[in-house]
Design a protein around this ligand. Structure first.
Ligand code: URA
Length: 210
């Protein structure tokens, strides 16, 4: 993420990558999804955030975190002192997942991606990391953590600490936290505490930037 040259090269690389990912047939999810939802944001970003998979609104609009979870995330970043415009945001899996239910056809409800789908999509994330070279990688939730570090990842155990970890062969400074949709799912009485926890974890990432 350093230097104007690096940024320009990263930007051109990301544009090419986005175009290639638009035609990805690496797993069956492309058949039902509206479009590939590739990462978005600043190629020179110091912070890269990885979510799970595009939701309904992301699938329709073609951009990550533009729905309710995205609004929670943007507000939490601002509160933690990280400018959302200076981040790069992407997902472990880049196609929306329709739920197929017997006798009911396909429905727009959430189903977490399988390990196989995460594995098929991993090369895109590896390439995004290589091109953006973030100083901090923020992992949003258990699914993103499992996609990056394997099925033993536990967000409750790992959240809120910055550790050096190997991600697809690269050494990264990693701060795991909860997925912003956990704030939306929390009971009303708990919501502010859950949101505060997300902000506190993001502050750990902010401090790492100095
Ligand atoms: N949830 C995610 O994990 N990613 C998005 O892009 C939107 C919602």
């Amino acid at each position: 993420a350093e230097g104007a040259g690096g940024t320009a090269a990263g930007g051109a690389g990301l544009t090419a990558l986005r175009e290639a990912a638009a035609g990805c047939r690496g797993c069956p999810l492309h058949r039902d999804a509206t479009q590939t939802v590739f990462g978005a944001g600043d190629a020179g970003a110091r912070v890269l955030l990885v979510g799970e998979q595009p939701g309904d609104q992301e699938d329709r609009r073609g951009e990550p975190f533009v729905g309710p979870a995205g609004r929670v995330l943007t507000a939490a970043l601002e509160e933690a002192g990280i400018d959302p415009d200076q981040t790069y945001v992407t997902n472990a899996v880049k196609h929306f997942k329709w739920a197929h239910e017997q006798g009911r056809g396909k429905r727009r409800i959430h189903r977490p991606p399988t390990l196989r789908e995460m594995g098929a999509c991993a090369p895109w994330l590896t390439a995004e990391l290589a091109l953006t070279e973030p100083e901090v990688l923020v992992v949003l939730g258990a699914t993103a953590g499992k996609a990056l570090f394997g099925s033993g990842f536990r967000v409750t155990r790992e959240r809120g600490a910055c550790t050096e970890r190997t991600v697809h062969g690269r050494t990264e400074q990693v701060v795991p936290t909860i997925h912003p949709s956990a704030v939306l799912r929390a009971r009303e009485g708990d919501r502010e505490a859950v949101r505060g926890g997300l902000v506190a974890d993001l502050r750990v990432a902010a401090r790492r930037l100095g």
